[in-house]
Design a binder for this molecule. Structure first.
Ligand SMILES: *Cc1c(COP(=O)(O)O)cnc(C)c1O
Length: 393
């Protein structure tokens, strides 16, 4: 009834697309063979590296995050070789499942849906691998299903402490441009990301970053499908580098503008904005939770992502609240991905193009929904969020 007006999508990807990005994409098809599109494409590479804080290479693919998952795996392992999968929610298991389907052997350590990676357990597993069978360690920086943020720098330290030579591969699809990530300083060999979350562009373009160690691993891979091979994409002729076929013309312009916005704001400022807004969200949820069932999935704030928050509320109130917000307030909340019962969970995306008033509006819509549906909740959530934002500025 009160849903008409500009709809707000508060799911953890795709994220809100800035008007500037939409305007940059609103144009006639450009020439794909020569001219401006090539210059703009070339200009993306150094800025993509800045956002990931790396001097390594980056290959761009047409495809979503799943494409980057497959591309990354295809370049570093031969069939039958082993990868270690560190599960902290739906996404690393998804990546591991893809590795298995590609014919790799997977060794899975499952840390459950409410914890981050236990680095001591990983170190012990690597020490046990005395023959060096594990070729790569797969970890998700921010698991979008649980909203846990894993300590990727600590993972490198644990791998080094075990004296293990496996590659460290990180999924930063949810975190890039939201939660601080420093590819080179943290010793990450391969990183995958995509454009539709922190990078504020419609889904359809993804990235595989890799360093010298990863290149050495690539040299030992016997068969890499031509399409996924990162070699010609990172440094080859323009045809290959620019997408091995028709370029995603409009995405290129959109991404160019999105990267400009991020770099003009400054990476530190972008990370700080996400941190402050996440804190406002958590403060509100904690207030609701003082007298009701709502809980943030990850208890320890230092282990939470600043890009997404996964919450538990009890079945079926997660579904009821999402439905109310969608139909009565014009606000779409994220589903409880990979959890049982799914109706007991939901997620909030606060990644990319978000500011204080957007966050207050999301929390306001949810607050009204809790009241309309008679879902028990503590008072003062909006007041607490408002104070949190005031204190941040
Ligand atoms: C969104 C997401 C993916 C999947 O990306 P798609 O573009 O949907 O294929 C993988 N990993 C993480 C951590 C994500 O957040």
């Amino acid at each position: 009834m009160l849903a008409n007006g500009r709809h707000y999508l508060a799911i953890p990807g795709p994220s809100v697309i800035p008007d500037e990005v939409l305007r940059a994409m609103h144009r006639a098809s450009p020439n794909i063979y020569t001219g401006e599109l090539h210059l703009v494409t070339r200009s993306l590479l150094p800025d993509l590296k800045k956002v990931a804080m790396t001097s390594g290479e980056v290959a761009i693919y047409i495809g979503n995050g799943h494409a980057a998952w497959e591309a990354a795996l295809a370049n570093v392992c031969n069939r039958g070789e082993r990868v270690l999968v560190l599960g902290t929610g739906r996404f690393c298991h998804g990546w591991g499942g893809m590795a298995e389907a590609l014919g790799f052997e997977t060794q899975v350590i499952d840390f459950g849906n409410t914890s981050d990676i236990d680095l001591n357990v990983v170190e012990a597993a690597l020490r046990e691998d005395t023959q060096g069978k594990i070729k790569a360690v797969l970890a998700v920086h921010v698991d979008t299903s649980t909203s846990v943020r894993n300590d990727i720098a600590g993972l490198r330290t644990a791998m080094d402490a075990a004296g293990h030579g496996a590659l460290l591969m990180a999924d930063c699809i949810a975190s890039l441009g939201c939660d601080r990530f420093e590819m080179d300083a943290w010793g990450v060999d391969v990183m995958v990301s995509a454009c539709q979350k922190g990078l504020m562009t419609p889904p359809g373009v993804s990235f595989v970053y890799f360093n010298e160690r990863a290149k050495a691993a690539r040299a030992n891979v016997k068969i890499v499908s031509q399409y996924w091979d990162w070699k010609p994409r990172a440094a080859g002729e323009e045809y290959w580098q620019f997408f091995a076929g028709t370029a995603p013309t409009h995405h290129i312009y959109g991404l160019r503008t999105a990267l400009d916005m991020i770099l003009n704001e400054g990476l530190d400022a972008v990370f700080a904005r996400h941190a402050h807004l996440a804190r406002a969200v958590w403060t509100a949820i904690d207030a609701w939770g003082t007298d009701g069932p709502m809980r943030i999935n990850i208890t320890d704030p230092t282990k939470r992502s600043h890009a997404v928050t996964s919450l538990e509320i009890g079945d079926p109130d997660g579904d009821r609240l999402r439905d109310w917000c969608e139909t009565q307030a014009g606000l779409t909340l994220g589903i409880g991905l990979g959890r049982t019962p799914p109706g007991g969970f939901f997620r909030l995306g606060h990644m990319g193009h978000v500011n204080a008033q957007m966050i207050m509006a999301v929390l306001g819509g949810m607050d009204a929904g809790l009241k309309a549906l008679d879902i028990p909740h503590g008072a003062g959530a909006l007041e607490a969020a408002s104070q949190s934002i005031a204190a941040a500025v």
